[in-house]
Design a protein around this ligand. Structure first.
Ligand code: NAD
Length: 288
């Protein structure tokens, strides 16, 4: 029997690549690629080039809109989803004091409540079937803090808590929850994120010390994405590992190893070693 897969946030990036790849494993999957804005479906269609018409369907779904989640669920012809991939998300970057309540709410609504709401909609059916998979695109920013990303990290930390809590319960329903923890990935993430740019009017009221640290952070971030970002294909391989494993792990690190900074958090739980190590990595040029 083919597995029915539903993925959120497929108009670009990781979601798009995963939808394309899974639709190519035609013997294995039927893919429902969902996206908030159907006007953006051309890119996905271009990638599948009409080859996989019978294994890929595109549905509208805004993860912040409960009705649109339920409508998409009801349009799944097979009336079941075996593998749910909660991937939609966005970033927010800049000094905390300039972030408006609206933009902070938006990030929490998309990243945290959007993920939870999507899971809620599919959970009763999965429980009734007594099997299922829930995969969530996690972030190393959900496991350790990053300056100028406070609200983004808060949303991703919160997802860790929600998923870990669910995983404990759902093993009693033969439902496996897995987080695919990504470091930097070459996607539209940096284009789509809400980011304060140097020179923005909103930054004028920010103190000079914070601004110089932010400038340093942006340089660091740019070089990390340039030198160390993974391609979406690498991330897709990890999703496939998790999907094909009979007994998937709760956490997968897309780099293949537990990142040293995360190890440091675990081995030095008072937190001071992590904080000084991260500060040194990001701001070291400032100290020289
Ligand atoms: P991306 O911006 O290319 O893709 C994110 C997708 O989510 C977009 O297609 C966007 O339209 C969609 N989305 C945003 N709001 C939505 C909503 N309300 N409803 C439905 N879809 C919505 O970036 P990406 O890197 O592919 O991001 C995918 C996931 O990976 C996100 O959860 C992100 O936080 C996570 N992640 C990305 C990186 C990275 O460096 N790119 C690192 C760690 C984690």
């Amino acid at each position: 029997d083919k597995k029915v897969v539903l993925i959120t946030g497929c108009s670009s990036g990781i979601g798009l690549s995963l939808a394309v790849r899974l639709s190519q494993v035609a013997a294995f999957c039927l893919v429902y690629a969902t996206m908030r804005n159907m006007a953006k479906k051309e890119r996905l269609l271009e990638c599948v080039k009409g080859l996989h018409k019978d294994t890929l369907d595109i549905l509208q779904m805004d993860v912040t809109d409960q009705q649109s989640i339920l409508d998409a669920r009801d349009r799944v012809v097979e009336k079941r989803v075996d593998i749910l991939v909660c991937n939609a998300g966005m970033g927010l970057m800049g000094p905390l004091e300039i972030q408006s309540l609206d933009s902070m709410r938006r990030i929490m609504e998309v990243n945290l409540l959007g993920t939870i709401q999507t899971i809620q909609a599919f959970l009763p059916d999965m429980k009734a079937q007594d099997k299922g998979r829930i995969l969530v695109t996690g972030s190393t920013g959900g496991l350790h803090g990053l300056p100028f990303n406070e609200v983004y990290c808060a949303s991703k930390f919160a997802i860790e808590g929600a998923c870990e809590s669910l995983a404990v319960l759902l093993q009693h329903f033969n439902i496996h929850v897995s987080l695919i923890e990504c470091g930097p990935v070459n996607t539209d993430f940096l284009v789509n994120l809400q980011k304060a740019e140097l020179g923005d009017a909103s930054l004028q009221k920010v103190d000079a010390h914070t601004l110089s640290l932010y400038e340093r952070y942006l340089q660091h971030c740019g070089s990390v994405f340039q030198n160390a970002a993974q391609d979406t294909e690498d991330i897709v391989k990890v999703f496939l590992d998790a999907i094909q494993s009979p007994c998937p792990a709760f956490r997968y690190f897309t780099s293949g190893v537990v990142p040293p900074l995360i190890k440091l958090k675990i081995t030095e739980p008072d937190g001071s070693r992590y904080i000084s190590a991260m500060s040194k990595i990001i701001f070291s040029a400032e100290e020289q």
